[in-house]
Design a binder for this molecule. Structure first.
Ligand code: SF4
Length: 348
């Protein structure tokens, strides 16, 4: 879906631009050192936009110091206090996430909007299924996709009516199918860019599955301009998962894709351990190719034919394979190093 473009710091989202990955720090924003260190690690992992909670004036002021030391746009996450939204913008926030519905009187909303307008800072508004307005819950007979959409559009309209449309909209629900439905509905009704994520998705395991299914359905329909995989875990995992989801959908290029066999009764090496080591080993190698890790020398080479390069383990030894052809045989304990060597000297 074609959305309007919105500039967040030096990045542009919407209008068919690549989908950007967002994450959120879990350090205390007031602790500049820890927050900068986490943002730098996330940036190195592929995070495009970072959001920090701003619960205090001290946190708002810390944004200035943080921003000076990071390379990616910084989004301030505000709940309730309009003064913190203004302070965040005065201290360099590139975007502010705020819901007009929870910051009180019209004067306060207008003060935030005026400040954003003056500085050209986009605002992200939206709705979370857990905080859907009571009248909409009653109108729709519970929390529904339709209710979420009406709420999100209402939040956006409050700001549009104040003469500002530099907006990003988000709809968050931990119910994957409701979230997907709501995105389908809202994409037909607005051209504001959409920030997409499955909220409160859970721990690493279930959160990844729910996010992959939900984002898969939504992004596959061409909906979504920025994404966040929301996990109860290290934000680095959020970024890694988001990159994998975009790559799986063909929406982002780059990085080595590791394919590995599921193992079976023919496997005679520690293939699970080896595949995990390969996956970690390739992370810092800037190639856009497919690497196969197969469990046996009988079927492995054939099954790895679609990969650019691969290894197949036998009993105490293994094979290095290129495009299905065996190029070298070696002891099992040399497989990982040999593969790395090939990748570092890759010429295609
Ligand atoms: S590659 Fe070999 S070990 Fe792996 S699943 Fe296929 S047959 Fe089994």
């Amino acid at each position: 879906m074609r959305t309007k473009t919105v500039k967040i710091g030096d990045r542009v989202i919407g209008g068919g631009n690549p989908i950007l990955i967002q994450s959120m720090t879990n350090t205390k924003t007031e602790n500049v050192e820890d927050t900068v260190a986490q943002i730098q690690a996330l940036t190195a992992a592929g995070c495009d936009i970072i959001r920090c909670a701003v619960p205090t004036l001290e946190a708002a002021k810390a944004l200035r110091l943080i921003k000076d030391r990071i390379e990616i746009p910084l989004v301030a996450d505000i709940h309730f206090d309009y003064k913190l939204a203004i302070a965040a913008m005065e201290n360099g926030a590139d975007k502010v996430r705020i819901n007009p519905g929870n910051i009180g009187s019209e004067d306060r909303v207008r003060a935030v909007v005026d400040c954003a307008k003056e500085r050209g800072i986009p605002l992200r508004v939206g709705v979370n299924s857990g905080s859907l307005e009571k009248d909409l819950v009653a109108k729709y007979g519970g929390v529904t996709a339709g209710g979420l959409v009406e709420s999100a559009l209402h939040q956006a309209a409050i700001i549009e009516d104040m003469g500002y449309d530099n907006l990003v909209i988000s709809i968050k629900s931990s119910d994957v199918m409701m979230c997907a439905k709501a995105h389908e509905l809202i994409a037909e009704k607005t051209d504001h860019p959409l920030h997409v994520g499955i909220t409160e998705a859970g721990t690493l395991y279930s959160g990844n599955i729910k996010s992959a299914v939900g984002l898969g359905i939504i992004l596959y329909q061409g909906i979504g301009d920025t994404i966040r995989v929301s996990l109860t875990g290290d934000p680095l995992e959020e970024v890694k998962s988001a990159k994998r989801i975009l790559k799986t959908l063909g929406l982002r290029k780059g990085g080595i894709e590791v394919v590995s066999c599921p193992t079976c009764g023919r496997t005679q090496i520690d293939l699970i351990g080896l595949a995990n080591k390969v996956e970690t080993m390739v992370q810092d190698i800037p190639l856009d190719i497919k690497v196969a890790v197969m469990g046996c020398v009988v079927n492995g080479p054939g099954e790895a034919r679609e990969a650019d390069i691969g290894i197949a383990g036998g009993k105490g030894e293994g094979l290095l394979i290129k495009k299905g052809e065996i190029i070298r045989k070696m002891p099992e304990d040399q497989l990982l190093d040999a593969l790395r060597e090939e990748l570092l000297n890759w010429k295609g």
